[in-house]
Design a protein around this ligand. Structure first.
Ligand code: URA
Length: 193
């Protein structure tokens, strides 16, 4: 990212934080734009903010986020240092319900603009909703997790949402396996972390 893109990024963040395109603007406390190193070539995308994220204005800061950070630290990935993390939708749906497709449709351009500015080489989608929205609406996360696909010169991989691991600890070995695949791809693609 050069100086010009840095300006684009900051104005994107400011505009996003003022967004009122859908009704979630009426119930949110904070817009959760994203967090981490936006110079990095690795981008993680979740579904949408929950209660803690809405309160703090940062993604994945609740229990599932803590678990995610722990698992990523095992492959030497740290959000402030070598990846950026955001969500499909930037405002919390009431009672943490799934985001409506209309909300996803109205919000997705923020993510597209983030992707255009960051220019990631690798995108990891966390959970079914993110994978369906950015990779393939027909994706079957149970069978397709951990597999890299190339779209428009970006490598995409889906894995389970960390909250699924809190409900079912057996999934932990699956996500750990996916992160080991990610680690070897980072090396293969020559991405400096
Ligand atoms: N779940 C998500 O998908 N995103 C967050 O930011 C937090 C929980």
């Amino acid at each position: 990212m050069n100086q010009e893109q840095e300006i684009v990024w900051k104005s994107l963040e400011n505009d996003c934080k003022k967004c009122t395109k859908c009704d979630l603007a009426k119930t949110r406390i904070n817009v959760v734009f994203g967090q981490g190193n936006y110079y990095s070539k690795i981008l993680f995308i979740g579904e949408g903010p929950g209660k803690n994220e809405d309160l703090q204005g940062k993604p994945f800061v609740g229990r599932s986020g803590e678990l995610l950070d722990k698992l990523l630290a095992e492959i030497n990935l740290y959000r402030e240092k070598n990846f950026y993390i955001t969500n499909i939708i930037k405002c919390r749906p009431p009672q943490n319900r799934n985001p409506l497709s209309s909300e996803q449709g109205l919000c997705i351009n923020w993510l597209h603009d983030q992707i255009k500015t960051i220019k990631p080489k690798i995108i990891i989608s966390l959970g079914r909703i993110a994978a369906m929205c950015i990779m393939n609406p027909k994706i079957k996360i149970k069978q397709d997790h951990g597999k890299f696909i190339n779209k428009n010169n970006i490598w995409f991989m889906a894995t389970f949402h960390p909250s699924a691991l809190l409900r079912n600890t057996a999934k932990k070995s699956d996500i750990k396996g996916d992160f080991l695949v990610l680690k070897s791809k980072i090396k293969e693609f020559g991405i400096k972390i």
